[in-house]
Design a protein around this ligand. Structure first.
Ligand code: IPM
Ligand code: MG
Length: 360
């Protein structure tokens, strides 16, 4: 069967890591008798440089017509890149927000787990790491502060800015349902994270989550304030199974969760719409400091490609094969710089891709 995949190489290390994911997909396709046809679109800084905007309508149409979208990363150094001299709606990140909204990708799944092979990379104390980390953040992705009305203006000669945090119950309900479905297939525990001691939007969030919970009696729900959650993630991450939260809290907590595993270069993510169509990308950013050096870790992108096969294309065996190939490669001790222990030999980004592809 033929599948059309729209790829967004993007900026920084994006093109390097996407190239390795394509390599692994091609080998997987040959082995299992599928054809993956890749069409690249520009997004982020790469699109700004060519079109003056971070995402064109044509690029959105190409993505919409595909079976799934595979992305690298976008954005540059916010202190030095000329892209950040543009007005905010023309900067690289605006492209990512626009494609999420245009494709209706409201459910962002960000797993964070500690690989046995890489447990020495865990940044927490050994007795905490030994309890293991295996959680998934289910982040609402198309509402809240990042999509609310905003403006900057002067009030009595004083510069003032306002951002709006708004959720309606249907937006909360659909992401909560996703989280409960996922928890049902895992350890059956949801921690819904909010700031209900202050925010109305959080109080509505909590009420709707409790309503949805009634339909999932086998899943345990607890509510946690976001500041406490930030603390609990470093104190005892083993307590979490599924963390359900709104857009900005999920943005912040998912960086924290991935960092404590010590292997942000290993973690994939999926952003899905109602029908299972999705955009898949590594949880890490564009790492402009190491771009073009062929030293980035392509594993998060390769695992994102596996997630794409699993969730959007329903190719389970093929996804298993990619995940197993990554595991074998790690067991052999193959390491890119970011996951190598001191003194360990390292391989390049493209070599890592070659080795994983050879294990398919
Ligand atoms: C992420 C990123 C984006 C977000 C930025 C680049 C807009 O940080 O995917 O977490 O905040 O959603
Ligand atoms: Mg983020």
């Amino acid at each position: 069967m033929k599948y059309n995949i729209t790829c967004i190489p993007g900026d920084g290390i994006g093109p390097e890591i996407v190239a390795e994911a394509k390599k692994v997909l091609e080998v997987t396709g040959r082995k299992f008798g599928h054809e993956f046809a890749f069409t690249d679109i520009l997004m982020g800084g790469a699109s700004i440089d060519v079109h003056g905007v971070p995402l064109t309508d044509e690029a959105i149409e190409t993505a919409k017509a595909a079976d799934a979208v595979l992305m690298g990363s976008i954005g540059g150094d916010t202190n030095t890149s000329p892209w950040y001299k543009l007005e905010p709606s023309k900067r690289p990140e605006a492209g990512l927000l626009k494609i999420r909204k245009a494709l209706g990708l409201f459910a962002n799944l960000r797993p964070a787990f500690l690989y046995d092979e890489l447990s020495s990379a865990c940044v927490l104390k050994k007795e905490i790491c030994d309890r293991g980390i295996d959680l998934i953040i289910v982040r609402e992705l198309t509402g809240g502060l990042y999509f609310g009305e905003r403006k900057t203006y002067e009030e009595n000669g004083i510069r003032t800015a306002v951002d709006t945090l708004k959720y309606d119950e249907s937006e909360i309900r659909r992401i909560a349902i996703r989280a409960f479905e996922i928890a049902g297939k895992r350890r059956k525990k949801i921690t819904s994270v909010d700031k209900a001691n202050v925010l109305d939007s959080s109080r509505l969030w909590r009420a709707v989550v409790n309503e949805v919970a009634k339909d999932y009696p086998d899943v345990t729900v607890e509510h946690m304030l976001v500041d406490n959650c930030a603390m609990q993630l470093v104190k005892d991450p083993s307590q979490f199974d599924v963390i359900l939260t709104e857009n900005m809290f999920g943005d912040i907590l998912s960086d924290e969760a991935s960092m404590i595993t010590g292997s942000i270069g290993m973690l994939s993510s999926a952003s899905l719409n109602e029908t299972g169509f999705g955009l898949y990308e590594p949880s890490h950013g564009s790492a402009p400091d190491i771009a073009g050096k062929n030293i980035a870790n392509p594993i998060a992108t390769i695992l994102s490609a596996a997630m794409m096969l699993r969730f959007s294309l329903n190719l389970q065996k093929e996804a298993d094969a990619i995940e197993a190939a990554v595991k074998t490669t790690l067991t052999e001790g193959v390491r890119t710089k970011d996951i190598a222990a001191a003194g360990e030999e390292t391989v390049s980004c493209s070599k890592m891709g070659d080795i994983i592809a050879s294990h398919i």
